[in-house]
Design a protein around this ligand. Structure first.
Ligand code: FAD
Length: 390
């Protein structure tokens, strides 16, 4: 089999890249080791930057997003006795949108199937090879058990943190930067109308808590927990009680409801370079991970793809290698700025010690966001997202 771009992974990065390439006349084949049901149900991110929404809309993927997504013009930061709001349009002229990653993936899969473009689910033994030649290959065993070899012009690893593509870059060329945080997020989805119109990020001496949502009927809430905690030890009652304690504010109450999903996710920052090796390009979580506090992981994957799609169209359709040659440098600038922002939000809001000095430093940072318009603008600009292409 022959295609121009072989894409490993049908997460947001791989699916969006396939879509943008097809719109510009460049064929691609996407292979995914999970089933369609699995990738469409995988609960992950839920906040889209303005630039992500604009890109999806321009790519013809915004119809359901605009119908069912919730535009948010601000977020609340809270510490005991105080809840303060950042007004995004006033500070930046932009907003964010609450629309689950599950829904973004469903829209992308549907668009690909409607266009009858190749997308293979449930493949096994994915191998990328011959990366330093002009004819790299992507091999896999398809769901019927047949071994397939795709001859490509370019292979893209959009296969997430655990996928094989990053490991295909020779070890001596690879450099990684990593930080594992000493806490994790216990997240729940509950059938209950959100008790807030906009997200609440709460600092509390017992640990961070967050109130988010997926729709007018479904709330998404998180608690900072120790990474060694087991979800079996957290009954729904225990979770709601802890959320009530950490999110409490005079005159406000948290509505509870049936929990239908819960899990514990470790938190890490991770950046791997290079994002290009010969004819292999990496995009999204395959090259970098941010902790979820800044709501950036999915948006960063989209930003990579916005750059990479332009670079590959220029390379493969117009014979111009300039954008492909600068892809890594341009992408990494945004990756590091986003890594910094996500790390700052994380360390400002999570408690790691009982040391009252550390707590006061965190509270001073939070108060500064509301006493300095420069600090407020800095947080808001990063939260709503840098323009795509920067
Ligand atoms: C548990 C969890 C919770 C998260 N919560 C948030 C959040 O609240 N906010 C936020 O902004 N971000 C969050 N993120 C991060 C965000 O979901 C990711 O940044 C985003 O999914 C990145 O998209 P991607 O396409 O690069 O990678 P992925 O979504 O990981 O997609 C990679 C795809 O490659 C496939 N694949 C892997 N190996 C192979 C193989 N050998 N062959 C073929 N296919 C393969 C995988 O099955 C997957 O479908 C969370 C991530 C996780 C893991």
């Amino acid at each position: 089999m022959r295609t121009r771009v072989g894409i490993v992974g049908a997460g947001p990065a791989g699916l969006l890249l396939g879509h943008l390439l097809a719109q510009r006349g460049v064929d691609a084949v996407i292979v995914e080791n999970r089933s369609r049901d699995y990738v469409e149900a995988r609960i992950r991110a839920g906040v889209l930057e303005q630039g992500t929404v604009d890109l999806l809309t321009k790519a013809g993927l915004g119809e359901r997003l605009h119908r069912e997504g919730l535009r948010h013009d601000g977020v609340n930061l809270q510490w005991p006795g105080e809840r303060a709001r950042l007004d995004f349009p006033a500070l930046t002229g932009k907003s964010v949108w609450v629309y689950g990653q599950t829904e973004v993936v469903k829209d992308l899969v549907q668009a690909r199937l409607d266009a009858a473009l190749p997308l293979h689910f449930e493949v096994t033994e994915t191998v990328v090879a011959d990366l330093e030649t002009d004819r790299p290959t992507l091999s896999f065993t398809d769901s019927s058990g047949a071994r397939q070899v795709l001859d490509c012009d370019v292979v893209v690893g959009a296969d997430g943190f655990h996928g094989p593509s990053r490991g295909a870059i020779p070890e001596p060329r690879r450099q990684t930067w990593e930080r594992t945080y000493p806490y994790a997020w216990l997240g729940i989805l509950a059938h209950v109308a959100p008790s807030t119109d906009e997200l609440i990020y709460a600092w509390h001496p017992r640990g961070f808590a967050m109130h988010s949502m997926r729709s007018h009927q479904v709330s998404r809430l998180y608690l900072q927990v120790d990474p060694t905690e087991r979800i079996e030890d957290w009954s729904d009652d225990r979770i709601w009680t802890e959320l009530q304690t950490r999110l409490s504010l005079d005159g406000w109450s948290l509505e509870t409801g049936p929990v239908f999903d819960k899990g514990i996710t470790p938190m890490r920052s991770f950046v791997s370079s290079p994002m290009r090796h010969g004819r292999l390009f990496l995009a999204g979580d395959a090259a970098h991970i941010v902790p979820p506090t800044g709501a950036k992981g999915l948006n960063l994957a989209v930003a990579d793809v916005a750059l990479l799609s332009r670079a590959l169209v220029a390379l493969l359709r117009d014979g111009n290698a300039r954008l492909a040659d600068t892809y890594e440098d341009t992408a990494l600038q945004r990756v590091w700025r986003t890594t910094y922002f996500s790390s700052w939000m994380t360390t400002m809001l999570h408690t790691t010690s009982d040391d009252p000095f550390d707590h006061q430093l965190q509270l001073a940072q939070l108060r500064q966001v509301f006493s300095s318009s420069a600090a407020a603008t800095l947080l808001a600009e990063n939260y709503v997202g840098l323009p795509l292409g920067e």
